[in-house]
Design a protein around this ligand. Structure first.
Ligand code: HEC
Length: 234
């Protein structure tokens, strides 16, 4: 009986082991763990657009189609005409509403942040919507749909006219009201390089020099851009 029990247990254990092994093998195959990502695959993720419009894809969109898309796919969360909806998370840097209401300003005990008062560059609006919205299915919109939503939100904020067709050539030329509302913060620790070995410990000489942050490529500049405290967003 003892031997039988040991046999059964042993068999179960090895079946379980084999099972786990098979599962692990399947996962490695399925998720391609430890495999190198190819340049082509990387390209699908490497879609960042720069403030000057670099990397904007070909395509275009206008207010009218943007409004139809907004009402169908965005309004449930961001409210009618972008002026209400769910409370976004200001502690994570999110704006209060997407669209500006009359009198909204950044100078106030309760500054009102939105695309009209706060956003600095129009191409980044395209970038954000393409990468992150709609919240429940990011990257599901086509290029033209993203252009249309960008046109809609810019027009609702009074930044462009409702007849403007937005595309890769004119988006960066749109001057955002708050473009000058940021300052360059060039304190030492904003442009540092990561210390990887033999780093000084707290209290040791040069500790502050050792603890350094290496900004990712597209943020490499002489300074970190910070909002001006007293700028009156128009
Ligand atoms: C299910 C809810 C939901 C839907 C639908 C949705 N959003 Fe959002 N959206 C959010 C949330 C939540 C945030 C804040 C995200 C964060 O802070 O990480 C956000 C943030 C944004 C922002 C950035 C605001 C800022 O902080 O400056 C824009 C622009 C935006 N959404 C546009 C859209 C557009 C365009 C659509 C429709 C295609 C859409 N959203 C659909 C929930 C939603």
């Amino acid at each position: 009986m003892y031997a039988y029990n040991v046999f059964i247990k042993g068999t179960l254990a090895s079946l379980l082991f084999l099972g786990l092994q098979a599962q692990a093998g399947e996962m490695v195959g399925k998720y391609r763990l430890a495999e190198k990502i190819t340049a082509k695959e990387m390209k699908a993720w490497d879609i960042s657009i720069f403030p000057d419009g670099k990397n904007l894809p070909k395509g275009s969109g206008d207010y009218k189609s943007g409004k139809a898309l907004y009402d169908a796919q965005c309004m449930a969360c961001h409210g009618e005409n972008g002026k209400g909806g769910i409370k976004l998370d200001p502690y994570r840097g999110a704006v209060d509403t997407l669209v500006k209401s009359k009198g909204d300003s950044l100078i106030s005990d309760t500054p009102k942040k939105n695309i009209g008062t706060y956003w600095q560059y129009a191409p980044l609006l395209f970038d954000y919507i393409r990468k992150a919205m709609p919240y429940q299915s990011p990257k599901s919109l086509s290029t033209n749909e993203v252009y249309a939503l960008t046109a809609y939100l810019l027009a609702e904020n009074g930044i462009i006219s409702k007849d403007m067709v937005v595309n890769k050539d004119n988006l960066a030329k749109i001057k955002m009201p708050n473009v000058d509302g940021f300052i360059c913060d060039n304190r030492v620790d904003t442009k540092s390089v990561l210390c990887m070995k033999n780093c000084p410990l707290p209290g040791e000489k040069d500790f502050n020099k050792g603890v350094k942050i290496d900004p990712v490529d597209h943020l490499k500049s002489d300074c970190l851009v910070q909002p001006k405290i007293n700028f009156k967003g128009k």
